[in-house]
Each structure stands twice: as C-alpha cells, then as structure tokens.
Design a protein around this ligand. Structure first.
Ligand code: ZN
Ligand code: ZN
Length: 165
C-alpha cells in the first residue's frame, strides 16, 4: 500500500498526528505533561488505539492482556468521537507529580445528535510517565446557537455545525 497522506491530529491541536499524539500512542515518546497525555488518550479513543488507553490508565497499565485490548477495541469501534475541547488545566507540568485536566469530548450519538463527555480528570506522574487516574463527570456544557461550536472552529454554533449535523 502507498503511504497514507499526513493527517491532522484528532485532538484538535492543529498539528499533524505524527507531530502530536502519534509518538505518545505508539510509545515512541512519553507524554511530558498531563495535558499531552490527555490529548493522546482522546486521540486513542478516536482512532481505536485500545492498547494506549489501557497502558496510560494507572488501574490497567500493569494488566494488559490481548483479550482486554480486543474487548476495548470492539467497544471503540461503535463510538464516533468528533472533537476535544480543553477547558482547564491545573499543574500537570513536566516537574509536577499530579495534574488535573478538565475537558469536554464530543461524540455522535446513535440517533445522530451530539453527545458530550465533560470530565475533570486526575493524572499522576510516576518517574517519567504520566498516568490517568480517574475523573469526575460534570454537567453538559451549554451548546446554544451563539456559543462556540463544539468542533473548535471558533465560529458560533449556529454558523458552523448546528445545521450540518
Ligand atoms: Zn494530538
Ligand atoms: Zn463546527
């Protein structure tokens, strides 16, 4: 097969995948910050990269079997992740040991409507590796006609995806 053309990173960073989340997902480079790990986990959800999701979650990092990878990959296959919005970050820098990232991830529901996962996630650094610990679910963000579109275009929802979905 010819090499695939370069693709934009699913995390919405405006970088190419190869220059953003791909090295972290492929374990060629460790995430330097909690935010970088958060972005790579979102991209892994969007791309069905089950191994990275398990390996970057502290609860499952040491217990990754082929069966678990296949189960998770099957679950991911029925999900349609659309965009990631980072709302807030606390600590989680290279020298920190813990970090918090609040994000909203948008996905397409079975009926075609836009669903949200709005979460405040906790991360912890062990040696040179950041791990996702757990998170608190938060209420849905308002998605009014004049609010910023979920896709990260910086346009109003009504001028962007409202009628396109
Ligand atoms: Zn990325
Ligand atoms: Zn949009």
């Amino acid at each position: 097969m010819p090499p695939a053309p370069p693709k934009a990173c699913p995390c919405g960073s405006n970088l190419l995948f190869a220059a953003c989340c791909e090295p972290v997902i492929a374990q060629h480079a460790a995430a330097k910050t909690a935010l970088q790990l958060m972005r790579s986990r979102y991209s892994a959800f969007a791309l069905g990269e089950a191994r990275h999701i398990l390996a970057s979650h502290q609860a499952s990092a040491n217990d990754i079997s082929d069966t678990r990878i296949q189960q998770l990959r099957a679950e991911l296959g029925s999900q349609h992740w659309l965009a990631l919005r980072i709302i807030d970050t606390r600590q989680g820098r290279e020298q920190d040991l813990t970090g918090i990232v609040e994000f909203c991830a948008f996905y397409r529901e079975q009926d075609g409507s836009i669903g949200q996962l709005h979460e405040r996630s906790r991360f912890q650094r062990n040696d040179d590796h950041w791990f996702y610990i757990d998170g608190d679910l938060l209420p849905h963000l308002a998605l009014g006609r004049n609010d910023p579109c979920w896709c990260g275009s910086h346009r109003k929802y009504k001028k962007c995806h409202l009628n396109a979905t």
